[in-house]
Design a binder for this molecule. Structure first.
Ligand SMILES: [Zn+2]
Length: 218
């Protein structure tokens, strides 16, 4: 079996996504780029809690299957388009999480309201333009929405987070959903204060130290 370790990383991330209620059923999908630019991606329409590593699909970056018994995720084009446009990205987590989805419906960006957004996600997390699921238009819209950030909200759909490895992508996914919740509650309270622009850049530069330290202790 090719990429056994990478298949396991993707499957564990799927289980974490479901257990942390970032998605329900088979909605949401995850992929990992290997050292030689192959993609290990979740299959289409599968119960992640019952899946095994054999169910993960290995493709090239254009979507041709290298090894796999099942069809790759129907939202695979979005994954490939992100990898083609972001050399720094090796893992992608796409969820249909509740609070991010609320912002996707009302079409509201998340400014840098807390330090973890600035450190891990970027500045001003955008809502990407709508296009129907699985389309190349959606894939291109998400790339544009992400820009250099590590997360984006997908209009009338859900959320996507990216990172240099799966741990960073999953943490980004958790921070995005938490941030969406904080933003919505802050709006209900009626006042939004943001972090000054020059401090946002400083926070981004210390995030690597923070992540490396966190990985040591978990
Ligand atoms: Zn989706």
């Amino acid at each position: 079996m090719l990429y056994e370790k990478e298949r396991g990383i993707v499957l564990n991330a799927c289980r974490q996504m479901v257990n942390d209620k970032l998605t329900v059923g088979s909605w949401g999908n995850i992929s990992l780029r290997t050292h030689d630019n192959s993609i290990v991606i979740t299959p289409s329409g599968t119960n992640y809690l019952k899946s095994t590593i054999d169910d993960m699909v290995v493709t090239d970056i254009n979507g041709d299957i290298i090894e796999g018994n099942l069809k790759p995720s129907s939202e695979k084009l979005m994954h490939y388009e992100i990898y083609k446009n972001r050399n720094d990205v090796n893992a992608i987590v796409h969820t249909h999480s509740i609070y991010s989805s609320v912002l996707s419906v009302v079409d509201d960006n998340i400014p840098a309201i807390t330090e973890d957004i600035a450190m891990l996600l970027g500045n001003n997390i955008k809502v990407s333009e709508y296009a129907i699921t699985g389309s190349i238009e959606l894939a291109k819209n998400v790339v544009k929405g992400l820009g250099k950030n590590n997360a984006a909200i997908m209009k009338n759909h859900g959320a996507v987070s990216v990172g240099n490895d799966m741990e960073r992508s999953i943490v980004a996914s958790e921070v995005l959903e938490k941030s969406a919740k904080i933003y919505i509650y802050s709006k209900i309270m009626g006042k939004i204060n943001t972090i000054p622009d020059n401090d946002i850049n400083k926070l981004r530069s210390i995030s690597e130290d923070y992540l490396n330290q966190w990985k040591k202790w978990k």
